[in-house]
Write a protein that binds this ligand. Structure first.
Ligand code: SAM
Length: 389
């Protein structure tokens, strides 16, 4: 498939290159923020410390850097801000307000220098990004090359946040943890969903170690068969849990994002990476009908004989074993449709990617294939390719 063809079939791929994002995922974060006010625009001091897990090639980190460090706004928010500014600037004849068409023309004609005057950089910003893969540097962002599922990553992360990180010191703790982690998809759905859920659990464990009370957590999920069990676990430690599907995420993909707000740390308990996640409830254990139960205000747990813990919520109406998180589509209807093919503008030139991977895992395979005389995507004589151990 040629670059132009991909530009046509994926509007967000093309826009990402045109707007200087390293990956089209940037739009997903922007659209989730539009819906949930992730970056707390109403009180910017509530979002200055952020951890970006599974961050390479770095488009989410770019969004963080441009919103928090530079103070830019994007998407609908930027449009609303510009409209408001124009309304005060556009000349009026008599008492009549400027027409919507005038305002739209005005928004398009605003040059970038003009938008710089509305920049609102935040103070004391701290952003830490982690990935297995190396990532090209981004100004103001501390980067770690590490595996989020490995216990040794925990001290590295805490040190990167603050060399003297003290979990009891609220000023050291983090406002927002985001994770766009995805394994290399095999196409075997059950396996992909399983590996993805392991990434989600590791991200959640790291989040619980660093978030401040009231903090937020956003993570990619694959909507598989038992995903409601994950929602039920998340609901034990967050006041609100939603599932978001940004318009830039293809409808045909099982990908979505959990958006968890209002972190409620559990006193004297933090989870560890590598051990099963058993979030405790804080109240007394009782025995009901021969089953052990743990009750709290809004939820109760029952340990079944087969060892499975069922979580029940007070507000469950139909099936008490399941809790389905409210689902929200993000990005307004005027946004580009990720599943549509668009006609390219007259004279369109396909741009190269903003930041090709610095050391992709397939690099060695391509080099070996070239060494053996095969072209990219083809091999002259496949039997001649010798795979060395
Ligand atoms: C979809 S990409 C993330 C894109 C990124 N949010 C952006 O906007 O550029 C998924 C990333 O997850 C990373 N990843 C997968 N497993 C990981 C692990 N165990 N630890 C750290 N990163 C991991 C991959 O290396 C990959 O870069």
């Amino acid at each position: 498939m040629g670059k132009s063809s991909k530009d046509k079939r994926d509007a967000y791929y093309r826009l990402a290159k045109e707007q200087n994002w390293r990956a089209r995922s940037a739009f997903k974060l922007i659209q989730i923020d539009e819906q949930f006010d992730l970056f707390s625009y109403s009180d910017p001091s509530k979002c200055t410390r952020v951890v970006d897990l599974c961050a390479a090639p770095g488009s989410w980190s770019q969004v963080l850097s441009r919103v928090l460090i530079k103070g830019e706004s994007f998407g609908r928010r930027a449009w609303v801000e510009r409209m408001a500014k124009l309304k005060t600037q556009t000349p009026r004849s008599g008492d009549s307000s400027p027409s919507e068409a005038d305002l739209n023309d005005g928004v398009r004609s605003l040059d970038l220098d003009d938008t710089k005057s509305t920049l609102k950089p935040r103070e004391n910003v701290k952003i830490v990004a982690i990935d297995l893969q190396p990532m090209a540097p981004l100004e103001g962002i501390v980067q770690l090359k590490a595996d989020i599922t490995h216990p040794t990553t925990v001290p590295l992360l805490l040190k990167a946040i603050d060399p003297d990180f003290d979990q009891h010191n609220e000023t050291h703790r983090i406002d927002l943890v985001i994770s766009d982690g995805a394994p290399d998809v095999t196409g075997l759905h059950d396996l992909d969903i399983y590996v993805q859920s392991q990434l989600l659990y590791s991200a959640l464990v790291l989040a619980m170690k660093v978030l401040r009370p009231g903090g937020k957590f956003v993570a990619k999920i694959f909507r598989g068969r038992d995903v409601d069990l994950i929602f039920a676990q998340l609901r034990l430690v967050f006041e609100r849990v939603h599932v978001a599907k940004p318009r830039s995420s293809r409808a045909s993909s099982i990908e979505a994002f959990v958006v968890c707000e209002g972190y409620k740390p559990i006193k004297d308990w933090t989870p560890e990476i590598g051990s099963a996640l058993q979030i405790p409830v804080t109240t007394e254990r009782t025995t009901k009908g021969g089953q052990q139960s743990y009750d709290s205000d809004k939820q109760s747990r029952h340990l079944r004989e087969d060892g499975v813990v069922e979580i029940h919520f007070e507000d469950e109406e139909t099936d008490p074993k399941r809790w389905i998180a409210p689902f929200l589509a993000c990005g307004d209807l005027s946004a580009w449709d990720a599943d549509a093919t668009y006609k390219l503008p007259e004279g369109h030139t396909s741009l190269p990617p903003v930041q090709p991977p610095t050391a992709p895992p397939y690099k060695e395979a391509i080099e070996r294939r070239r060494a053996e005389g095969g072209a990219y995507g083809k091999t002259k004589d496949p039997l001649r390719v010798v795979i060395k151990p």
